[in-house]
Ligand binder design. Sequence first.
Ligand code: EPZ
Length: 407
Amino acid sequence: MTGDVRAGGAKNSALPLMFACLLTDEPCRLSGVPDVADIRTAVRLLEKLGARVESPAAGEFLIDCSAVDQWEAPYELVRTMRASFLVLGPLLARFGRARVSAPGGCAIGSRPVDMHIAAISRLGAEIVQDHGYVEALSDGLRGGHVILPMPSVGATENALMAASLAAGATRIENAAREPEIVDLAEALAGMGAQISGAGSSLIEIEGVGRLTGMNREVVADRIVAGTYLIAGAISGGDVLVEGARSEHLGSLLEALEAAGCRLSEEKGAVRLAMDGPPRAVSVATAPYPGFPTDLQAQFMALMCLADGTSNIDERIFENRFMHVQELVRMGASIRSAGRRAIVTGQRALSGAPVMATDLRASVCLLLAGLAAEGTTEVLRVYHLDRGYEHIEAKLAALGADVRREKM
Ligand code: EPZ
């Protein structure tokens, strides 16, 4: 595949930013919001709470939470999208109450919300869990000392939003450091929040009495950008990924370079060129700035065609290898034992009907299909639409033979 492709705004940044609008009664404007299913779920949830949401142009959202008069995120929406749990902190901080369905299990792991709940409790909320819901009440949050047992992205975001309106100082230790956290902290700062240390493991917040509206462009999606770079590598192509920020993609770029890809940085973009098969490279997922779990499946697809054997260790989620058996159906040689997959590269993969199980697994199968001999049919492609906008059009523009069957 050859050509230019643009990675849009990050879904995993846009979602917390949309929910952060609940912290203020002033109108907010977001731009660069990707056109993906999870964003539509977030809009439905905000509207259910009483917010007014308009999209005057592609990627642009005006969100007005002045008339919010509901405090419940129902099971039907949280089950569809776990990130809905992020309304807990903002609703509680602004209204003193929130009732949010517990998300339940998930295809990639058990993904509990205990750290979110512990963090919110540290800010003085009373939490009751019954009938499948988490209910939080407070007559005024106060700052507290939050120590996360691991750097959970969502728990850091919930705590950050709640603490912004809590009385006094909050420290979040072992905070997640992802660029999406920095994006949220900067957006909150633009609303008047007092935050320092975002992007490091210690975030300190001095609560303020009220927050104003925001006007913010969502940071570019490093996972989508990384996916297109891997697409270039797996097809032995030359692609320029616009919007890719090398400083957010360090661990992936290192692994791609070790695999033999030629990488160069151009203004606001990263170019990848690849000839011949990749070399085998082992990776282990880790919290940012480590290798992202959200790129593990895509990288595994590349390693299926590598010269040699690589170990892929998944250390964030306990069940994020659902793509392994599907890749094996395409002729890959992979042995998985617990959280390690041992991939022995093959000369070729063979196209087959395969089943997508989650967002990143589905794009991994699409990438494998691009490189495989013959036709690959990816079923349950709705998973893909949760996080990749217009992906078949973007891949087709790079020269891929891909189309969506209307079902
Ligand atoms: C965010 O999920 C992303 N989602 C995920 O993106 C991403 O895979 C993940 O971070 C890790 O990078 C959004 O940003 C909307 P975590 P999140 O809390 O916040 C455990 C994608 O494909 N944990 O950092 O839910 C948890 O089970 C996805 O776009 C607890 O035990 O992830 C996991 O093992 C999927 N208790 C680990 O921590 C808690 O209370 C990291 O999860 C919270 C988390």
